[in-house]
Design a protein around this ligand. Structure first.
Ligand code: FAD
Ligand code: UDP
Length: 383
């Protein structure tokens, strides 16, 4: 008998499994339908012996000391500040847009002060910043919006920025100084030996069993457990009762090149001309030395593994219906990017999982259960 069945071995599931086992003394079974742990943060050595991220570039950054300290129990770190170039008008310029971006793009020598005035002259003021278009156009005007954001966003999401919540493009700031870092968080570092190694250490506890290549629906009827932590897509859990929640997917094209360096930056964004959004060269992220180099191209698509919840009002409404059902479902805790339908970074998922653990600690255990159908059927009837 397990105390907990944890569905998903990504950040949400692994943090909860670790806390429940190591702090709570619970017996935990972690189930993942993929053939590996670490969820989307999974990294591995490819055929050339280069450490790559199977599901696209994962750069760790956080302002939370608690999150950083917690993960530091399972890994050492390599300091790393991420930088990105955008391919625009035949040039490679820094993104987030900063003073150097504008000077290089237009062949100018503006000061920060001049740039502030320039932005003010081109910005289209908006009363409320409701959409992802509003956020950018109200800051840097239409021309820069079209060069850097409009097409990238249409490609990435299959939607115009005017159809997406402001929070999406608000992830990328605009600067009038020369700071060309992608993130400005207090803690910015990569796990020294990779994410997968860090997850191995989180999950290597005598109270934790891990079952891979297993959908929980195939095992829940045969393996008895008391409570569940669910980190998969929330609509799938409730068998699409209120319709499907859109999750945007990606096709990853991994390549190895027989040259030590492929491109001049860790990530190059391609907003306009290409079908892919960005190209990542992993050795910049990991610091690995190798005579060859491996890169990944990201091609956004609708079909495939769910990677991104799509932040827009109609989806939030569907999610609210599922959330209400989830709140009534006793003995199941919904955590993570897919289960709470939030466009969360890794550190936010860790914080959410730690908060969930604290909440669980205040709860008393539910009665034992083993049959899957019973749990879901009783969920709707629970007041
Ligand atoms: P996941 O990692 O998706 O884990 C959920 C797991 O549940 C999966 O492994 C899945 O197989 C399993 N599962 C689902 N359903 C079932 C089922 N029925 N039975 C069994 N198992 C199931 N964050 C950052 O902080 N920095 C970055 O640079 C960054 N880059 C990113 C780049 C890309 C391309 C993507 C897609 C995401 C990126 N993220 C980044 C976000 C990061 O991946 C997530 O915040 C984090 O991985 C979410 O963890 P999770 O545990 O919620 O979900
Ligand atoms: N974005 C853009 N152009 C860029 C970079 C980002 O239009 O060069 C927009 C796009 O909508 C993207 C969002 O900003 O989805 C968030 O970018 P981020 O780099 O945070 O995306 P992620 O790493 O989560 O895929």
């Amino acid at each position: 008998m397990f105390d907990y069945m944890v569905v998903g071995a990504g950040f949400a599931g692994s943090v909860l499994a670790e806390r429940l086992a190591a702090d709570g003394g619970k017996r935990v079974l972690v189930v993942d339908r993929r053939p590996h742990i670490a969820g989307n943060a999974y990294d591995h050595y490819d055929d050339a012996g280069i450490l790559v991220h199977r599901y696209g570039p994962h750069i760790f950054h956080t302002n939370s000391r608690e999150v950083f300290d917690y993960l530091s129990r399972f890994t050492e770190w390599r300091p790393y500040e991420h930088r990105v170039l955008a391919s625009v008008d035949g040039q490679l310029v820094p993104i987030p847009i900063n003073l150097n971006t504008i000077n290089q793009l237009y062949g100018l020598e503006l000061s920060s002060f001049d740039l502030e005035k320039f932005f003010q002259s081109v910005a289209e003021p908006r009363e409320t910043l409701r959409t992802s278009e509003d956020v950018v156009v109200s800051k840097v005007g239409r021309e820069l919006y079209e060069k850097f954001f409009r097409n990238y966003t249409r490609k990435q999401w299959g939607l115009d920025p005017s159809e997406l919540d402001a929070s999406v493009t608000a992830r990328v700031p605009t600067r009038t100084n020369r700071d060309d870092r992608y993130f400005t968080d207090t803690y910015q570092a990569m796990p020294l030996h990779g994410y997968t190694r860090m997850f191995e250490r989180m999950l290597s506890h005598p109270n934790i069993s891990v079952m891979l290549n297993a959908d929980y629906r195939d095992v829940e009827g045969v393996i008895p457990y008391r409570e569940m932590v669910y980190t998969g897509p929330i609509d799938e859990f409730f068998e699409m009762r209120f319709g499907t929640l859109p999750y945007r997917s990606l096709r990853f094209q991994h390549e190895t090149h027989a040259t030590p360096v492929f491109q001049p930056a860790p990530v190059v964004n391609h907003p306009n001309e290409q079908a892919y959004t960005r190209v990542t060269e992993f050795k910049y992220l990991t610091g690995q030395e190798h005579p060859k180099t491996s890169v990944v191209y990201e091609f956004p698509c609708d079909e495939g593994d769910p990677y991104y919840p799509v932040p827009r009002p109609e989806n939030a409404e569907i999610y609210r219906a599922y959330k209400a059902l989830a709140d009534e479902t006793e003995g199941v805790h919904f955590v993570g990017r897919l289960a709470t339908y939030r466009y969360y970074n890794m550190d936010q998922v860790v914080a959410q999982a730690l908060t969930t653990y604290a909440r669980i600690c205040g709860h008393k255990a539910a009665p034992a259960r083993s049959g899957g159908g019973g749990r879901r059927a009783s969920a709707a009837a629970t007041p």
